[in-house]
Every structure is written in structure tokens, then in C-alpha cells.
Design a protein around this ligand. Structure first.
Ligand code: ZN
Length: 404
């Protein structure tokens, strides 16, 4: 028995005027996903409990079968797991986005999708300068704009951060004035001072002059958020007796998989963006099925298209996932024997707001022991067929796996 999960990040959405009143999933030509829905179960789940901000950190824990209320400690710690960095029990991991702030507004939470090599240079400069002014901090380059700060708290010392520390995801405040969203609570002043010092380092950095000359937005500020301590979850293999693998270009998603004890399989040509190598991810997924019981392939592209407000790009990303990942994996699964395949986004991301949304997501699964819903894979059909609605999205994993 083999299980495959495909996560089109942020895929579910609202009706878009640019698509003639259809959602991107309705507008996209996705025959394979439609086949999964038609021949199997079509349902909905709430992956983000009310107390959390809708984002991939909480939603991915749910998708992997872990109750976020019980296990979530923050976004950055999950990324730190993926980066292989040690995190002590007192330490904090904090996301350090490279961003572009223009006229005091969050113009671009990706700093023009700064490349990883550029980001490494920026983060290195920040590390050198800020270490002269602050103690107990380490900066680590990640993928593109997604970098990490670790706060090493001393045993018996006054902690820099705490439960009341409040930060805001920069992708939730597109084009908004940043002043009212700066860190607050315990250590808020300290985080704001770090951000100010970081902007100082970046303002006149020669790499930013090059970026501007090439027509890219400069990475002119850092944004600290997503702080948390080291998470602990029971191993997936112990819970379900299955060996898992995760294929994703995004540290957060890889980290969540690794936290569950899944093997991480890297696809060198995957980018975490619209230009990712879809076909290579599909091939890697098929390969991994030979050595693993459950393989999860995550694609960030639909989420990124929504954050840019581009309905057409979102449709294209969904069509490529369908043709180059879902189709080939479904065919491979059928050939090898017993299987189940699940398609579910982590959360919804709306083209209209360019932000995540807490609306329930639509999912579809097909394979052994599932009756045909007759629906198609989109939000409207999922509501119409009146399939299962999981108020606790983390319980979807129990439904997906066939217990012996
Ligand atoms: Zn997103």
C-alpha cells in the first residue's frame, strides 16, 4: 500500500473577477485533479484553528496529522529544523525576512524575490554589524527572503523574548503602513532596535545598488516575526507505522516533515516559486514511492501567485501541478498496485487580498476503498457534493490512511 499527498500551497480561493467569476481551481484545466475528485472522496477541512493566524506553519502541521493546538510553537522553529540548526530548550528561533519597505509601507515581503546567494551576502553583513551592537543573536541564511535569527537565551538570565512577544507576518500586511505592525510585548523594543540596525546595514549595501541597477527592488529592511521555541511531536512512523518522505523547496514545509521523522528529498531545480521545476518534482515523487510508504510533494507556486495578486499565474501553476505532478504520480501509483492519493492545500490564499485566508480548504482523495463523489476538484463542487467536513483538519490524516 502506497500513499501520496500533493499540496498545492494556497490553491483554494474565491471567485475572481479576472477569471469571469470563477475560482482559480474552477478556471484551471486540471483533468487529473478532477479525476481524483470524481472517482474518490471530495471534502473540506479547517486546517487553521480560530486562535491562529492562517499560514502554512499551522496548516501544514494539521495536514500532516498533528493538532496545532497541541504541537505548534511558532513558524521559525520548524524552519530551523529543516536547516539542521541546533535549537536549545531556552532558545528562540525567529524568522528574518529580507523585505522592501518603501514610503513606510510593506511594499514587498520578498524583497523582489531576492536570490539565495544575494540573501546570504546580506545576512552575513547583518550578522557582522549587529553582533557588534547586540548579544545572544545569530543570523542564518535560508532560501531567498526566508532567513533565520536564533536568540540564544542564557541559563538563569533574563530572556529576550517571551509569551507576550507579538509579531506580524509581513505577507499579511501588503502595501500597509508598517508602523503599527512592529513587534510589541516582551522584547518588542529589542526586536525593533534589531530591525532598525538591520535596515541601516542594508540601506547602502553595494548589492542593493546592483539590484536597483538591474531593475529589482532592493532588500532594504529586515522583518522579524514567527518566533518560537523548539517543537516536539511524536514520530509519524510510531503513530502510523509508515515511512514518510517530503519533497518541498520551502524550509518550513520540509522542517515540518522532518519534525515528523520523514526523509527529506531535495530537488535541486525546485525554487519555491512560479518557475519551479514541476516535472522534476513529479519524478522525484514517483521515485520516492519505491522506498517510502507515504510521499508528500509540496508546491509553493499557487500561494506565491496569490500573494502577487495574479489570477492568471495561479491558474497556470495549478495546471502545471496537474499535468506534471498529479497525472504522472497517479499513473505510477496505479501501476504499482494498492494506493491512496490525497490532494489538499494547506490553507487558502486569496488573489483579491494577496493574503492567506482562514476559510476551509477543499481536498480530494482517491484510491482503495473510496466511493466516487462524482464532483470536480474545486471549492464550489466540494461544497455541493456535501462530502466530509473536518472541523479539526488534523483528523484528515486518519481518514486518508487505511488502518490495518
Ligand atoms: Zn503564503
Amino acid at each position: 500500500m502506497k500513499y501520496a499527498m500533493i499540496i498545492p500551497d494556497g490553491a483554494t480561493d474565491e471567485a475572481c473577477a479576472a477569471l469571469g467569476g470563477r475560482t482559480p481551481l474552477q478556471a484551471a484545466k486540471i483533468p487529473h485533479m478532477d479525476e481524483v475528485a470524481r472517482n474518490g472522496l471530495l471534502g473540506r477541512s479547517r486546517n487553521v484553528p480560530d486562535r491562529f493566524i492562517p499560514a502554512s506553519d499551522v496548516a501544514t502541521l494539521s495536514l500532516f496529522g498533528y493538532d496545532p493546538v497541541r504541537y505548534y510553537t511558532g513558524r521559525a522553529p520548524l524552519e530551523v529544523v529543516a536547516m539542521g540548526l541546533p535549537l536549545g530548550s531556552l532558545d528562540w528561533a525567529v524568522r528574518c525576512n529580507l523585505v522592501n519597505i518603501t514610503d513606510n509601507r510593506m511594499t514587498d515581503f520578498t524583497a523582489g524575490h531576492v536570490t539565495s546567494p544575494e540573501a546570504a551576502v546580506f545576512i552575513d553583513a547583518i550578522q557582522k554589524e549587529l553582533l557588534a551592537q547586540f548579544t545572544g543573536i545569530e543570523f542564518h541564511p535560508g532560501v531567498s527572503y526566508r532567513n533565520i535569527m536564533i536568540v540564544r537565551e542564557a541559563e538563569g538570565g533574563t530572556p529576550h523574548l517571551g509569551e507576550t512577544t507579538h509579531t506580524t507576518p509581513p505577507h499579511d500586511i501588503p502595501d500597509q503602513l508598517v508602523a503599527e505592525f512592529l513587534p510589541k510585548g516582551q522584547g518588542g523594543d529589542w526586536l525593533r532596535a534589531l530591525m532598525a540596525a538591520g535596515a541601516e546595514v542594508l540601506r547602502d549595501h553595494p548589492y542593493n545598488r546592483v539590484r536597483e541597477a538591474e531593475g529589482h527592488r532592493p532588500a532594504n529592511a529586515i522583518w522579524l516575526w514567527g518566533q518560537g521555541k523548539a517543537p516536539r511531536v511524536p514520530a509519524f512512523r510510531e503513530l502510523h507505522g509508515l515511512r514518510g518522505a517530503i519533497i518541498s523547496a520551502v524550509d518550513l514545509v520540509r522542517g515540518t516533515g522532518q519534525l515528523a521523522g520523514w526523509d527529506r528529498i531535495d530537488v535541486p531545480t525546485a525554487t519555491g516559486y512560479l518557475d519551479t521545476d514541476y516535472a522534476a518534482k513529479g519524478r522525484a515523487g514517483i521515485d520516492a514511492l519505491k522506498t517510502h510508504d507515504l510521499v508528500c510533494v509540496h508546491v509553493e507556486a499557487p500561494d506565491e501567485a496569490s500573494h502577487e495578486g495574479r489570477a492568471d499565474a495561479k491558474v497556470e501553476a495549478l495546471e502545471r501541478i496537474d499535468a506534471e505532478i498529479v497525472g504522472p504520480m497517479l499513473e505510477a501509483l496505479r501501476k504499482q498496485g494498492d494506493f491512496r492519493l490525497l490532494i489538499s492545500p494547506d490553507h487558502s490564499t486569496l488573489v483579491r487580498t494577496k493574503a492567506h485566508d482562514r476559510a476551509p480548504v477543499a481536498w480530494a482523495m482517491c484510491g482503495n476503498g473510496l466511493a466516487a463523489s462524482g464532483g470536480t476538484y474545486n471549492e464550489v463542487s466540494a461544497a455541493e457534493v456535501n462530502g466530509p467536513f473536518l472541523e479539526e483538519g488534523w483528523r484528515l490524516m486518519e481518514r486518508f490512511l487505511i488502518k490495518n
